[in-house]
Design a protein around this ligand. Structure first.
Ligand code: SAM
Ligand code: ZN
Ligand code: ZN
Length: 299
C-alpha cells in the first residue's frame, strides 16, 4: 500500500513511485487525495510544480487512468529540450567572446540572447539594457524575478546572505556544491570560488547563460529532468566526480511547495549519490535547506 503522509490540511499526498504517474509538461504528476468535511475522499493527479490550475491545468481523477504502468514521458520533447539548451549555450559563448565588439541584449519576450544586428527583429519585445561581461556571468541580476506565488516564486539572496552561505560551506570544508533552486549561490561559487558546482532549477531562462554540463532544467518536486536521459547523465557525472570531495546539497524551494515532495526528492538524491559512488552504511549526504515561514491556506 502507498505510504500516506498527513499534512495539516484537507489534501493528502500519496508518494509511491512518482515516476509512474501520468505526466504534465512538468514531468510526472502527484497523486493527491482531497478529504471533504463529510468524510468523502477523492483521489486525483495534479501538477507537482504549479499549485495554480491556470498555470498548469493538468488534472486527472484517479479512475480516469486506464493504463497506470505506461511510460508517459515524451522522449522526443526531452531530447529537443536538451538540444535547445546546447544551442543557446553556444550562442552565449559566441556573444561572450565578442562582448567588446558587439552590443549584447537579453530578450525576455523571446527568451534569447541577441546581438545589436538583430535588435530590429525585437523592437516590440522586452529587451534588457546592454549587457556587460559581468552580467553575462550573473544573469540572476538581469532577470525580472518570476514571482507567481503558486509556481516559481523566485526570491534571490542578498550579497549578505550569500556571504553567510559561503561561510557555512567553508566551515564544513565543502568542495562540491549541488545547487537546487539557488541560482545566485551557483553563480557566486562559479565566479568566485574554486569549488565545483552544478545547478538544478526549473527556470529555463538560464539555458541562455549556463552550460548543459553544469545546469539542468529540473523539477525539484518530482526529481524530473526536462532534458531527459542526457541531462540525467551530466548530473550523475557531477555526483561521481572526485568522490573524495565533500559534497553539499543546498536547496531553497519556492514558497508553499509541499515539504513531503522535497523530502522524497532529497532521499532519492541521497540514494543515487550512494549508488553511484558505492557508498554503503549510514553515511548521509549533507543538505542545507533554506526554509522560510509562510502562512497560507492549503485546502
Ligand atoms: C525562493 S527562490 C530561491 C532563489 C535563491 N534564494 C537564490 O538566491 O538563488 C526558488 C527557486 O527555485 C526555482 N524553482 C521554483 N519551482 C521549482 C521547481 N518546481 N523545481 C526546481 N526549481 C524550482 C525558482 O526558479 C527559483 O530559482
Ligand atoms: Zn504541470
Ligand atoms: Zn524578442
Amino acid at each position: 500500500m502507498a505510504p500516506k503522509i498527513n499534512y495539516m490540511s484537507k489534501v493528502e499526498i500519496h508518494i509511491n513511485d512518482i515516476e509512474q504517474n501520468p505526466c504534465c509538461p512538468h514531468g510526472p504528476s502527484v497523486l493527491f487525495e482531497r478529504i471533504f468535511q463529510d468524510g468523502r475522499r477523492k483521489k486525483f493527479y495534479a501538477c507537482s510544480a504549479c499549485r495554480d490550475r491556470k498555470l498548469c491545468p493538468f488534472y486527472l481523477e484517479e479512475e480516469q487512468i486506464v493504463k497506470r504502468n505506461e511510460k508517459t514521458t515524451d522522449m522526443q520533447k526531452e531530447s529537443s529540450c536538451f538540444n535547445n539548451h546546447a544551442t543557446k549555450f553556444k550562442i552565449y559563448l559566441k556573444l561572450l567572446s565578442r562582448i567588446n565588439k558587439r552590443e549584447v541584449y537579453y530578450c525576455e519576450t523571446c527568451n534569447m540572447l541577441i546581438a545589436d544586428n538583430s535588435k530590429k527583429d525585437h523592437d516590440k519585445c522586452n529587451l534588457s539594457e546592454i549587457l556587460k561581461e559581468k552580467e553575462l556571468r550573473t544573469p540572476s541580476h538581469i532577470f525580472s524575478p518570476k514571482s507567481e506565488s503558486k509556481f516559481q516564486a523566485q526570491y534571490f539572496f542578498t550579497d549578505e546572505s550569500l556571504k553567510v552561505i559561503v561561510q557555512l560551506m567553508n566551515d564544513l570544508e565543502i568542495k562540491k556544491v549541488l545547487c537546487i533552486g539557488v541560482p545566485s549561490v551557483y553563480e557566486y561559487v562559479k565566479n568566485n570560488l574554486s569549488m565545483k558546482t552544478f545547478l538544478l532549477d526549473i527556470d529555463d531562462r538560464y539555458c541562455n547563460f549556463f552550460s548543459t554540463t553544469d545546469f539542468c532544467v529540473y523539477n525539484m518536486f518530482n526529481h524530473y529532468f526536462f532534458g531527459g536521459h542526457k541531462s540525467r547523465e551530466v548530473y550523475e557525472d557531477f555526483l561521481k566526480e572526485n568522490p573524495a570531495d565533500k559534497l553539499l546539497v543546498i536547496i531553497d524551494p519556492p514558497f508553499g511547495g509541499r515539504v513531503e515532495l522535497i523530502s522524497n526528492t532529497l532521499s532519492t538524491l541521497e540514494k543515487e549519490w550512494k549508488r553511484l559512488n558505492n557508498i554503503s552504511g549510514d553515511k548521509t549526504l549533507p543538505v542545507a535547506l533554506i526554509f522560510p515561514y509562510f502562512h497560507e491556506k492549503t485546502s
